[in-house]
Ligand binder design. Sequence first.
Ligand code: ATP
Length: 362
Amino acid sequence: MSYRIATIAGDGIGPEVTEATVRVLDALLGPDVLMFEWLDGGAGHYQKTGEVLPAETLAACRDSHAILHGAAGLPGVTYDDGTEVGNDLHLKLRFGLDLYANVRPIRLLPGVESPLRHHQPGTIDYVIVRENTEGLYASRGAGVVLRDEMASDSLVITRKGTERVARFACELSRRRQGAPRDGKHRVTVCDKANILRSYAFFRRVCDQVSVDFDDIERDYAYVDAMTVHLVKRPDFYDVIVAENLFGDIISDLGAATVGGMGVSPSAELGDRHGLFQGAHGSAPDIAGQDAANPIATLLSGAMMLEWLASGHHDERLSLAAERFRLAIDKVLEAGLHRPREFGGQAGCRVFTEAVLDQLGRT
Ligand code: ATP
């Protein structure tokens, strides 16, 4: 079987990290297994055509087996209301393809120094499951600004949306090894249930779902306290489920604790579609300088292989995902090609070459 991969490089560092990932995926499986279809989209495309996500790109994504994306967004490319155009590319894909679970693993890799003293690889290894289709971002484009005096956006929590993401988080916890601290399978609900009814409802629905998972410990944290816990005791966490905005914020914090935005992958999954991209944005401050760390997108590529492997029962892909991860770990462990993001010398190209060399040796 072969797989069509809708590939949107996007803006800023997007093309650099996408090209790096496609090269490695090609080397792992060859063009007969993965067929990359390069598609237009992003803030640069909007500047030329007035469209951030052309209808043909959306259709190709819908028809593909998986979607690989670099990043989208350029400073100053905004709508009249001041919001950024680039974000609309993945928001439209999220809503259009119903990608409700945004899976963001936070793992300290070998050879990477955490800014948190005392933490070694193995002690930070949890997954944030960010609800991806509702919450405060559901109001995107529909907020109200009245007489230039007041503005409001609505927070939307539905039973259906919460149930499915809570179930996803519990099932994910079951497949993992548990929290590094004590090996316990644990799902932490991150909310602000003490202040807003919508978050209290989110928590209640998560609780109702967890009744079917009595092998998994239930845990709760208000989002403000969570920012402290993720710094002081990250080893306590296994899977965290959070409303859209909160998940967005805590996943950047989590990324910082394991080396930076350039190491943090993500998979946005629905029941039929999956979109894979680094958890970072288009990083315009470092674009075009070969300074981007490609690890986040490379690891997103490995997540894509794993997701396709389980959906299609294709062992070739799960083996390739394992080789892919191992090659990245080995390059980091050897320490000869430290990405510039970690204070090393390796640009995006050199790091990618090192991963390809490593694959050639194993
Ligand atoms: P978005 O809102 O679209 O997620 P953002 O505004 O949060 O984007 P990013 O583009 O993620 O911002 O960049 C935040 C910081 O992290 C910038 O200083 C950027 O250079 C850095 N950064 C992001 N991705 C990488 C990467 N792959 N390699 C190195 N540095 C990165």
